[in-house]
Design a protein around this ligand. Structure first.
Ligand code: PLP
Length: 475
């Protein structure tokens, strides 16, 4: 494709995206396909050339029906996965530039825009300048990075010697059962072993970590010859958006010289509004933080902020310096390859750079406050509804609910819950995520799509009431 052909096709694509975003509400929220439908395309690579119009037609007829529309205003599923159009422009710019990020020298702008943008974000969430950030692909990677850094601190850099096999006191990681599955995965990948991943009790209502239990378990581990290495504090957990008490966790962890990683993948965005910052009070004493602007803030995937205080330690754990990557700038510049796992990196910072400069911080803050208000309003409606209950504190934008008709036993209740949420999701009118809490199904309403206004929340509540009454929802 020549630049001129690209210009023509690119304009067509941008028009297609703008139309698609304008017409979102005319589509069902959930993907309309059955397993294998999309894979029914011809199994051989194309032998003749297609026109751009053919591809755009296939986006309409194959890709859109095969997508659950997380940008739809009636999307209340897993978590907000906003992709603001300003950040989409940054993504196009990143791809169009086609830079190679393997060292500062391979693209100084890639490194230094990332440096600047990470520092902007640090300031915007109210963190001190003791924090330094980089952008990983996902929070799973950020968490794995933290667990590796913690493991090496706890084992006096065993990686350059015998590794974990030669360590007398095996490192232990702590989190509650509310922690995201990526924490367990990261701990297993980082070599802690399932036996050294300790589940700390959480409060039956707030789901916040029981710090007394944390300390007792750390003590017991020390006594048994293990080494408390890292505590992962959830700031906005996945199921109920619960908040572990970071300040108390830091205080306990410090006694054992254990690393504290704050997983604020979704809720980090809330810290853009100062009135939410009490929710991670004590964060300055932690060692690392993961926060995904690609969730609620609205930078298109994949932009996960990883903030760390001791960069020197991180670099010691992560650095490689083969001769072909050495340059005269070494020592004066940041080499982000030494802050994480991959060598080659995309120019992800452009996505945030475009969003912050084209949309502005104020519009993001207004959106966060709007979503918090909408969640509070929905929670009130649910509380006042006949047979309805809110089953976890609503501290952010997630409202966890059950509808409990009188006289149903546990199995019938689960059937009822999965029945009404299934009916809503099948209708395509809205999308919600069922999830198990205390062994019983409940439904999470995660508010925060960029396009979701109060009217959409009101519409959802009407749909929920109809669904529990087995009324026809239409589509
Ligand atoms: N941590 C929390 C609290 C999450 O909610 C999620 C995703 O839902 C993750 C971590 C993992 O995020 P990612 O998909 O960026 O790996």
């Amino acid at each position: 494709m020549t630049p001129e052909q690209f210009r023509t096709a690119g304009h067509q694509l941008v028009d297609w995206i703008a139309d698609y975003r304008t017409d979102l509400e005319s589509h069902p929220v959930r993907a309309q396909t059955s397993p294998g439908d999309v894979a029914m395309m011809p199994g051989q690579p194309p032998e003749s050339l297609d026109e751009m119009a053919d591809l755009l037609g296939d986006l309409d007829s194959i890709v859109v029906p095969g997508s659950t529309l997380v940008q739809h205003p009636m999307y209340f599923g897993w978590f907000p996965a906003n992709a603001t159009l300003s950040s989409v422009l940054g993504d196009i710019a990143s791809s169009g530039l086609g830079n190679l990020g393997i060292s500062w020298e391979s693209c100084p702008a890639l490194t230094e825009v990332e440096q600047v943008v990470c520092d902007w974000l640090r300031q915007l969430v109210g963190l001190s300048d003791r924090w330094h950030g980089t952008i990983h692909d996902t929070a799973s990677t950020s968490c794995l990075t933290a667990l590796l850094a913690a493991r090496e601190r706890a084992t006096s850099h065993s990686q350059v010697g015998p590794g974990l096999a030669g360590v007398d006191a095996p490192p232990v990681a702590y989190a509650t059962a509310q922690a995201h599955s990526s924490i367990r995965k990261g701990a297993l990948l980082a070599g802690y072993g399932a036996d050294q991943l300790v589940v700390v009790d959480d409060d039956p209502w707030t789901r916040a970590m029981d710090v007394g239990d944390l300390e007792a378990k750390m003590n017991a581990d020390m006594a048994a010859g293990r080494c408390p290495a890292v505590v992962v504090a959830g700031v906005g957990t996945t199921a109920t958006a619960a908040f572990d008490p970071v300040a108390s966790i830091v205080e306990v962890a410090r006694k054992y010289n254990a690393w504290v990683h704050v997983d604020a993948a979704m809720a980090g965005t809330a810290m853009l509004v100062p009135e939410c910052r009490f929710l991670w009070e004590g964060v300055e004493g932690a060692d690392s933080i993961s926060w995904n602007p690609h969730k609620w803030m609205g930078t298109v995937l994949d932009t996960s902020m990883f903030l760390v205080r001791d960069v020197e330690h991180l670099v010691r754990v992560m650095s490689t310096n083969p001769s072909y990557l050495m340059s005269s700038a070494d020592g004066q510049v940041i080499q982000y390859r030494d802050w994480g796992i991959p060598l080659g990196r995309r120019f992800r910072a452009l996505k945030i750079w475009f969003q912050l400069r084209l949309d502005g911080v104020e519009s993001i803050q207004q959106r966060i406050r709007r979503d918090l208000d909408n969640a509070a309003v929905l929670a009130e409606l649910v509380e006042s509804g006949d047979g309805w209950e809110v089953v976890a504190p609503v501290q952010l934008q997630t409202v966890c609910v059950r509808h409990r008709p009188s006289g149903l036993g546990p199995a019938e209740m689960d059937k009822h819950t999965l029945g009404w949420v299934g009916a809503i999701n099948d209708s395509g009118l809205a999308y919600l995520t069922p999830s198990v809490l205390d062994g019983e199904w409940m439904v999470r309403v995660s508010i925060g799509a960029e396009s979701t206004e109060r009217s959409h929340v009101d519409a959802l509540w009407a749909i929920m009431q109809k669904a529990v009454a087995n009324q026809d929802l239409g589509s």
